[in-house]
Design a binder for this molecule. Structure first.
Ligand SMILES: Cc1cc2nc3c(=O)[nH]c(=O)nc-3n(C[C@H](O)[C@H](O)[C@H](O)COP(=O)(O)O)c2cc1C
Length: 177
């Protein structure tokens, strides 16, 4: 099972990217997770869709070849970051070639506070529902505060978080099967 993971944060020390790196170490047998980059995507512009940007096409190709998707997102102003929405908009195009259709998608998020990106993930689930993704309903991964999850090197140090993520990855594997 090949999984493409997308972090909604571009920053180097992102908790959400660190979460995806941690998940790479918790996969069930037969699963591998590749973390894709969205930082090279141009801002979506329908004028450039006819000559689809190479970076966007490359990401679409990776997802087309993948068995499932994981998205870990920060919460920005009670929604998802613009960079993540931009990536989703590219991946939904061209019309009729939506990359999310029928794909199993596991949604996660880490925040500095206790709310754990719940509002952002709720928005993300609405978008993914519209895109006909096969969204994993449970477990929900509203993770925070980040200071209680990661050590200083950005490794997942909390056992209950590791257990929850292991369970979520198993659910994703079962959904793919
Ligand atoms: C523009 C902006 C808006 C934010 N809005 C929220 C918010 O609505 N809720 C929240 O819990 N945190 C909010 N935060 C804090 C982020 O959750 C925090 O920066 C988090 O570490 C970002 O994720 P990352 O570590 O993966 O980059 C916001 C941060 C920024 C930069």
């Amino acid at each position: 099972m090949n999984i493409i993971a997308i972090s909604g944060s571009l920053r180097k020390d992102s908790y959400n990217t660190a979460l995806l790196r941690g998940m790479q170490l918790l996969v069930p047998a037969g699963m591998q997770i590749e973390i894709a980059t969205i930082s090279t995507l141009p801002l979506y512009d329908s004028d450039t869709e006819a000559t689809f940007p190479a970076t966007a096409q490359e990401l679409k190709n990776k997802i087309a070849a993948a068995d499932g998707i994981i998205i870990s997102t920060p919460e920005y102003n009670r929604s998802i970051p613009g960079v993540l929405k931009n990536a989703i908009d590219w991946l939904s195009r061209p019309y009729g070639k939506n990359s999310f259709a029928k794909k199993p998608v596991l949604v996660a998020g880490v925040s500095g506070g206790k709310i754990g990106t719940a509002v952002a993930q709720s928005h993300l689930r609405q978008i993914l529902l519209h895109l006909d993704a096969d969204i994993i309903g449970q477990p929900e991964l509203y993770l925070g505060p980040a200071s209680e999850i990661f050590d200083e090197e950005g490794n997942i140090a909390d056992d209950s978080t590791k257990e929850l993520l292991t369970k979520a990855l198993t659910v994703l594997a079962d959904r793919i099967k």
